[in-house]
Ligand binder design. Sequence first.
Ligand SMILES: [Fe+2]
Length: 280
Amino acid sequence: MDQRLSEVTTKLVQQLQLFMEESRITETELSKALQLLTEVGQHNEFQLLSDVLGISVLVDNITHGVESDGIVTDHNVLGPLYREEAPFMELPAVICREDEEGTPLYISGQVISAATGAPLANAIVDVWQANEKGYYENQDEDQPDFNLRGRMRTDEQGRYEIRTIVPGPYDIAKGGPVGRLLHALGRHDWRPAHIHFKVSCEGHVPLTTMLFVPGDPYLGSDAIGAVKHSLIMNMERHDDPEQIQERGLNKPFCTCRYDFKLKQPQSVGKPKLASEGSAL
Ligand SMILES: [Fe+2]
């Protein structure tokens, strides 16, 4: 027998029955709920359902802890659009096309050991994002393979640098059963603009996270509730013609400095929960 499965199932059913009794759930409502879950399965939207119910982010927080202390960079969900084996690039890593639509964005910073503050050379920074219209390259026939994706290694001072564009927000539910549920709840299905990162270095706990574009209208109502204050980029806009020319550009651009602070196994952060490592 699977002890853990037995324990959590018993607890879940108890809570569920209590909720149904308190809310006086009717036969018709139960029937509708089961129909919805059936459709969610048929449309392969269980991950999406977990996301919009805030469950994915909650479990990410339980698993990795919420630091919000500035010492360790906060973790965040991977999302469904990550692709392995993005091309390795020299610094600065230019992950978009020369004529990519959107505001040019330069992100730079260091990968740092949270425990010592020491910069981490040879760390791998893996980045992926949507274009200005909110589409990842694997959702959009107009973008080349691996556009707006790339990997790089930090230099001796732990530095990385990326040349990209400011991504756009995007909607996640489209017209499926989860979208209909959100509509019935009076909720939208938009995610604020963000850039995903996986950062890893030997001797440190790998970090998966995402950085958000400041000022995005959906920052306060992310459809999956993933926004953490510590992950909103400190982005600066540059309109000065001289600076624009210096960068070899013909339009205003943005810069952002962000340092990724990795923890070492069990050296920094919260103690592991007893539930971690379960087969569930
Ligand atoms: Fe995303």
